[in-house]
Design a protein around this ligand. Structure first.
Ligand SMILES: [Zn+2]
Length: 325
């Protein structure tokens, strides 16, 4: 036995001993296991990436699709008590002229006010931001609606990020987008420093016994982003910072100080995943618009998610394909 194989053998012995001594992974690495006595405290529907716009040739009727999803979710026999709208509410205003952006918000408001009969919360998505990708119109920067102003006004939102308490859980809604002209999309997915500092204070103020759910448009951590587009063709996995939070490391470090952060909900990718990392469950929940109202996106049909929250800090998450296309 040479020195190298001895070291390998002794380290595997040590590992084996450690596994025998503690058969379960340390709690901080695993998702919270459901308690057999857990009680459901809240059922929510998470509707992300609705991307509503007027019907045009080649699209599968976005206004009817948004209406169908809202009716489907709210007529479940076991009804959700909260609707979480995860951003990308309209098809696009990042690179769309103002009049056409406003026409999309008008359509959003019309369907929303007619159909939504359940308490709701809203998050902003990148496509809800006005003008950041219209680089040939620098005068837009002087428009008070430039950036997030138009969406906040149309949605009646006071703040682009905020938190609230419901059913014994603390919910945090984040704003994922920072302007970035160097990026062809006009934004990068990250929390500005003021928002990050606010998040740190907000989490610190929550009682250790209260479970926390984070809602963001862009995933804080995601696996499905690897399959969005042909990322591996260069021979390296290079995931754009517009697809998943580029500041994931400092967010992960912050969450690790707060074991009551249990679940993070997101959209943006139009694919779905369920990733547990350091005890936090990250759920990317597809898209109501599927493939931007042109059918499925890869394996994923147009869908919303039903998310059941329990008193032990666990959630059950179920994607619901509400429409046959
Ligand atoms: Zn998006």
């Amino acid at each position: 036995m040479n020195r190298r194989t001895f070291l390998q053998n002794s380290s595997s012995l040590a590992l084996g001993a450690a596994l025998l001594a503690s058969p379960a992974a340390p709690a901080a690495f695993a998702a919270t296991a459901p308690s057999p006595r857990r009680q459901r405290v809240l059922r929510a529907a998470h509707l992300t990436d609705i991307h509503v716009m007027p019907q045009m040739d080649g699209f599968q009727n976005p206004p009817e699709g948004m209406t169908s999803a809202l009716r489907h979710a709210q007529t479940q026999i076991d009804k959700p008590e909260l609707l979480l709208f995860g951003g990308d509410l309209i098809m696009d205003s990042l690179k769309t002229e103002k009049a056409k952006s406003i026409a999309q918000w008008d359509l959003w408001s019309k369907i929303f006010s007619a159909e939504v009969k359940t308490p709701y919360k809203l998050a902003l998505g990148n496509h809800d931001v006005f003008g950041w990708a219209l680089r040939d119109q620098p005068e837009l920067a002087a428009d008070p609606h430039f950036g997030k102003g138009l969406a906040l006004e149309r949605l009646g939102m006071k703040d682009r990020y905020y938190s609230f308490d419901q059913a014994g859980w603390h919910f945090v809604v984040l704003d994922s987008m920072m302007i970035d002209y160097a990026n062809k999309h006009g934004y990068t997915a990250r929390l500005d420093d003021a928002q990050f500092a606010w998040l740190a204070r907000d989490l610190a103020a929550v009682a250790a016994s209260t479970h926390i759910c984070i809602l963001s448009h862009i995933p804080l951590l995601s696996v499905c982003v690897f399959f969005d587009d042909d990322l591996e063709s260069s021979g390296s996995w290079v995931v754009p910072g517009a697809w998943t939070h580029i500041d994931a490391r400092r967010i992960k470090n912050l969450f690790h100080k707060h074991p009551n952060v249990k679940v993070c909900l997101s959209g943006h990718v139009h694919l779905a995943d369920d990733v547990t990392y350091l005890g936090v469950r990250y759920l990317c929940n597809g898209a109501v618009s599927g493939g931007w109202w042109k059918g499925d996106y890869q394996e994923f049909p147009p869908a919303y998610a039903l998310v059941d929250f329990y008193d032990d800090g666990t959630v059950d998450n179920q994607l619901v394909a509400y429409r046959k296309v």
